[in-house]
Write a protein that binds this ligand. Sequence first.
Ligand code: UDX
Length: 467
Amino acid sequence: AAVPPAVAAASAPPHLLLICFPGQGHVNPMLRLAKRVAAKGLLVTFSSLASVGARLAAAAGVSAGGDGVPVGRGRVRFEFLEDGDPGPDLDDLMRHLETAGPPAFAALLRRQAEEDRPVACVVANNPFMPWASDVAAGEGIPTAVLWVQSCAVFSLYYHHVHGLVEFPPEDDPGARFKLPGLPEMSAADVPSFLLPSNPLKLHADAIIRQFRTIGRASWVLVNSFAELEADVLAALPGVTPRTPELITVGPLIELHQGQEDDAMRGDLIKAADDCVEWLDAQPPRSVVYASMGSVVVLSPGEVAEMAHGLASTGRPFLWVVRPDTQPHLPEGFLDSVSGRGAVVAWSPQERVLAHPSTACFLTHCGWNSTLETVAAGVPVVAFPQWGDQCPDARYLVEELGMGVRLRGARREAVREAVEAAVAGPRAGEMLANARRLSAAARAAVAPGGSSDAHVQAFVDEVARRSG
Ligand code: UDX
């Protein structure tokens, strides 16, 4: 492909600095965006908090500071905020970020200028760091936001924050509401942070703040693709003049274009790479892959029911049980399923989904997992817990027709849902839908595809403004 003129002409490539919330569901799309943008010729610095710096640098195989490593026509380097110690839990982290984040980020930006790498553009993945764009503006630097959830979820938040919708009561499952470009929905399809029963108030507040300030960003990039969410995208710009234009740049996946682009990974827990060898030994389309992402915590009772349910399918299964949850596995479970079931603390998930032995994905429907299973063409058993997982599950099952819903972690329900997804009367149709969407996802990020073209246009615009 030709080198874009704006990038080729510049003596030093424009410098894009990403500031990333240190959760896995945020690190993955941000790091993948960093690589896409660098591949088109930019110098990219990936930054996050000091507390995850060492782990991230080790996972990616890139030391912090210095010139970083070449990626395509550009480079990716790592640098971390000097923000001190955030404390043990998420609420502590968010409070810590409010005070320690802005000065540490301002210092990081100034350091770039002092070291002859002035930053042309900041990419922030608000909502949990809503101050990032204010700090950048204070240094005279424009910001792009990467929205790491779906366009449908963006629309739901947007309408709520601007008082354009009233969601029906949670205790009336039959009550419906309708937004432009979205299917009719009930309270169960709403991101749970927006419902009165939401216990995670700090999260909800942060997201709502983001929507009040999102107009300050020069670009709103979104990890989705035009062909997947055409209706909602078409409806969004007309809603109100305050709606920012969403620029689809996804799916931000590692394995695309037939290339293995996952040399620089962002795993915060080390992945058990040998599970790919385990999959190699299983028959084609036989394995149930189960994972609840990086933050969902099932109760000990749910873990036990899931264990019995997976074992009772009679199918081989690969189950991600994070180290903190492993003590809840039923006694003797691992021995009883030995050979047929594998339990790992963390998997190389995209490789697992792309593997020909994988038949279905029992997922919590985090947006990254959702896009990864779409891109791999693997049907799902959808088991959402909270936040955007609820609307994501609704889309996967009812709108995209590529899976079934699991309601409650009872062993019989787990077995029945897995059977329905793998061998039930609608399993063939679900697989065909998944494969059709997989082709569309891959086309979007292939050279000249809709998302690839959007990434190129963004890179060109950053280069033009900085030149
Ligand atoms: C969180 C929220 O829960 C999610 O709803 C939101 O959309 C993003 O932030 P998380 O729960 O971790 O994310 O889920 P998800 O978005 O699916 O991201 C998990 C990432 O970890 C995926 O990219 C997945 O490939 C990766 N992963 C997960 C692994 O690489 N190995 C595993 O074993 C499990």
